[in-house]
Design a protein around this ligand. Structure first.
Ligand code: FES
Length: 125
């Protein structure tokens, strides 16, 4: 094992593509709907100017939400999940992706500023 530095430094968006049999006890998001949504969001996010352009949009297995209507999309870091209509909610999902990763960037910047302020405070004592 070895450490690597991946280029997706702003996190990942996980789009469920799990497909259960029609007679399964639990519903599933669906392979085709998930893959189409993932491809659309990947291209739309890459066209952004901000931090959303540097996230990774991944197809994934079941996220244990398993809605009757829609596709589950998770955000990490952030431990957040939403269920979306894979067609009607596309623009709203892009807006959420943008806001999510911009928020993380702002939080990280504030944390770095606070850390620098504390370090400076220790030096000046
Ligand atoms: S099948 Fe998509 S969250 Fe479980």
């Amino acid at each position: 094992m070895r450490d690597e530095t991946p280029p997706w430094d702003h996190g990942v968006v996980l789009v469920c593509t799990h497909q259960r049999d029609p007679d399964a006890a639990k519903p599933s998001c669906g392979r085709e709907a998930g893959l189409k949504l993932r491809q659309w969001l990947k291209q739309a996010a890459r066209a952004e100017d901000g931090p959303a352009a540097r996230c990774r949009v991944l197809a994934t297995g079941c996220l244990d939400v398993c809605p009757h209507d829609g596709v589950t999309v998770g955000f990490e870091p952030g431990h957040r999940a939403v269920v979306v209509d894979p067609e009607a909610d596309r623009e709203a999902l892009l807006a959420l992706t943008r806001a999510h990763f911009e928020g993380l960037t702002a939080t990280a910047a504030a944390g770095k500023r606070e850390k620098a302020r504390r370090a400076l405070g220790r030096l000046l004592k």
